[in-house]
Design a protein around this ligand. Structure first.
Ligand SMILES: Nc1ncnc2c1ncn2[C@@H]1O[C@H](COP(=O)(O)OP(=O)(O)O)[C@@H](O)[C@H]1O
Ligand SMILES: [Mg+2]
Length: 270
């Protein structure tokens, strides 16, 4: 699905400090609808904090985060700071996040898949079940075998698939993944790359192309998905371009990061 010219996310001059320590120091970034974008950069450089701003979990100290409002005709950009809680919930219906370490709740797979449909729409189990089955099938799991399995009974690879299924159960237009292959072996990582690609390419029911953001250190993922690569460094966007240019870059801040990527990715495998 080619990216459209329409903007899905616009970040302008985003600054954020914690306890006086600056993390984001003027991030400017525009993401078009239908794009797949990898956010890379050293540990602690603010990748997760950036995702949290897009998701509305953090408010900027200064600067703006605008996100397309798919509940309004023409999907206009809305400044998250101007939305009240109800408006935020209305817009967020179309977003999903796959958290680092999955953040699955204790309980069954179904309990996890039902979390957002229950919370957002107050749907009952009978209404959620067919969506939950479809989401599990989309990530290559057999609904009959895993739906009522407990979180504790899932392997690492299955837990990641369930986390992705939970994210796509409501057929979101914007999907954010935070280090989706950290901790996975190479074969499982390849399967997750493929799931991210398939999910990205499947047209959402809303009829607008899906936009995907992936925070990662996984060069295998960059090779497989060929996303636009955005590197954060010193609180700003240091590189923005395709993977081959990123690999070939002689920027003194990019080369050492490239050399570290495999280590940073492997480190997470516990
Ligand atoms: N809620 C928070 N309170 C205080 N400091 C935070 C918080 N969230 C993140 N930080 C700090 O911000 C910096 C960037 O964190 P993060 O975005 O998680 O890094 P990464 O690029 O590895 O995802 C880190 O130094 C982290 O300790
Ligand atoms: Mg992080």
């Amino acid at each position: 699905m080619p990216a459209s010219d329409e903007r899905e996310i616009v970040i302008e001059g985003l600054h954020k400090a914690f306890d006086g320590r600056p993390v984001l120091q003027g991030v400017d970034l525009t993401i078009k609808r239908g794009e797949i974008v990898a956010i890379v950069g050293g540990s602690g450089c603010g990748k997760t904090v950036l995702l949290q701003h897009i998701f509305g979990h953090h408010q900027p100290d200064s600067g703006r985060v605008l996100v397309a409002d798919h509940e309004s005709p023409g999907s206009p950009l809305r400044d998250l700071a101007t939305l009240d809680e109800d408006e935020m919930d209305r817009i967020r219906v179309h977003w999903a996040i796959v958290f680092q370490r999955n953040a699955l709740l204790s309980g069954t797979v179904f309990h996890n898949l039902a979390l957002w449909p229950r919370e957002i729409h107050e749907w009952d189990d009978a209404r959620i079940m067919p969506l939950a089955r479809k989401a599990l099938e989309a990530v290559g799991l057999d609904p009959d075998a895993v739906m009522h399995r407990d979180r504790e009974e899932l392997s690492g690879g299955m837990a990641k698939r369930v986390a992705i299924a939970r994210a796509i159960v409501m057929d979101p237009v914007l999907v954010l993944y935070d280090e989706p292959t950290a901790g996975l072996d190479p074969e499982m990582s390849r399967q997750v790359h493929e799931l991210i690609r398939q999910t990205h390419e499947r047209l959402p029911g809303l009829g607008v192309p899906r936009t995907t953001l992936v925070v990662t250190h996984d060069t295998g993922l960059l090779r497989a998905l060929r996303p636009r690569v955005v590197m954060l460094h010193d609180g700003r966007v240091r590189f923005d371009g395709d993977f081959s240019h990123f690999l070939a870059s002689d920027d003194p801040h990019i080369k050492p990061y490239l050399e570290q990527m495999a280590f940073l990715h492997e480190q997470k495998r516990a």
